[in-house]
Design a protein around this ligand. Structure first.
Ligand code: RRO
Length: 378
């Protein structure tokens, strides 16, 4: 029997697949729809202290590559959300809990004090009985006009981690906390981020990598304009464009983070094979964001089935059977699918003639010589 079950920060998930914080995670109906699908957990849209309506429209678009259809998305949503009190209310927590799935609340305060206040409220609601399983602290939203991405400012990140992990009431709640990082591209950045996180390994129990690739630009050449309105068109690129960068971030961090810290991969997962690759690179669980936006919660059923079929074909029973076991390239083991599927070229007439006639001529020649030789024997 194939099982997709996993555990993130000690929380048992029936499946390693769940939604990313983003479109279709802002309202209780979105959250319960995810919970009723085959997703293994439910994650809220990043909350701020107060509700906010977000940036000007249009702020979320599909991104096509030439005429090959939709390959991903770009957004500058600007944190539209209902405010933390909504996401931790007994109504929302109760409705999500009724689906039987763990509920993770994402927070993204506009300033450190907001994050600390949100942690206090989460701890209080948890103590009052609201079913919250964990907190994902988003340090990587690229879309707040005038604000840098925290995960790229290591001094600020160090300060936030110090204060968040020292939060007494939240600590007492026993709820695990994880952080969502920005994509990194340079080895020293992975080293610094991982060192920082490892220095709080007693409190930071999971890492989500990665947020969107910040400040990309979608241009329509015909109308000669940027296609999203906020921030002069600059927004976070996600979906298919992000996958290889996300795989690299999962891999690099899994090689640096303390083994007690769970890793959740997110970026460009559209299929069971994409999820399989994330796990192979070291992810304990995999979030799906752009595909969830495009397909709805049905995508969790499809991707789950695809992943199960891959595991059956490869004779893996559990996620742990292949998690983190990415191999280095070895040309003796690699089967190039392009070559495998290519029909073998038909031999040309010349080569057929050569292949047939040459050996025949050779045979006749040898036979002739042999017969002459035997005729010469007296
Ligand atoms: O709401 C957003 O604009 C947003 C957020 Br909070 C985030 O973390 N990442 C992103 O691409 N968009």
């Amino acid at each position: 029997m194939v099982s997709l079950s996993t555990s993130v920060a000690g929380i048992k998930l029936s499946s390693c697949l769940y939604n990313g914080s983003g479109p279709k995670s802002g309202h209780v109906s979105d959250l319960t729809n995810v919970g009723r699908s085959r997703a293994g957990a439910v994650l809220s849209k990043s909350a701020t202290l107060e509700s906010q309506s977000g940036n000007a429209l249009p702020r979320l678009r599909k991104v096509k590559l030439g005429d090959r259809g939709c390959q991903g998305s770009i957004n500058s949503e600007g944190l539209p959300n209902q405010g933390i009190d909504y996401y931790i209310s007994s109504k929302v927590c109760g409705d999500v809990a009724a689906t039987g799935k763990p509920y993770i609340v994402s927070i993204s305060g506009l300033k450190l004090a907001d994050n600390l206040e949100m942690l206090s409220r989460i701890a209080a609601e948890h103590a009052a009985g609201s079913k919250i399983s964990a907190v994902e602290l988003n340090l990587a939203c690229p879309n707040i006009p005038g604000k840098p991405t925290i995960a790229y400012d290591f001094e600020q990140m160090a300060d936030i981690l110090k204060q968040v992990t020292a939060h007494e009431a939240f600590k007492a709640s026993g709820l695990p906390i994880g952080i969502k990082l920005a994509p990194y591209f340079d080895m020293p950045h992975y080293d610094i981020a991982a060192d920082l996180i490892n220095s709080h390994k007693d409190r930071i129990r999971f890492v989500v990598t990665m947020n969107t690739i910040g400040n990309a630009l979608l241009v329509d050449g015909e109308s000669e304009m940027a296609l999203i309105k906020p921030k002069a068109g600059f927004g976070g690129l996600a979906g298919g464009f992000a996958k290889q960068i996300a795989l690299a971030n999962v891999r690099q961090l899994s090689q640096r983070l303390d083994s007690s810290i769970s890793i959740v991969g997110v970026g460009g997962v559209q299929s069971g094979m994409d999820a399989f690759e994330m796990i192979l690179c070291g992810a304990h669980a995999v979030q799906v964001a752009t595909t969830h936006w495009l397909e709805g919660p049905e995508c969790f059923n499809r991707i789950t089935e695809e992943l199960e079929n891959i595991m059956k074909r490869k004779r893996y029973n559990s996620v742990e059977d292949f998690r983190g076991k990415l191999k280095e390239f070895d040309h003796t083991l690699y089967k190039d699918p392009e070559k495998a599927n290519k029909p073998k070229p038909m031999p040309s007439t010349n080569s057929m003639l050569l292949a047939g006639i040459l050996p025949a001529l050779l045979f006749v020649g040898i036979a002739f010589l042999m017969s002459n030789k035997s005729a010469a024997v007296p």
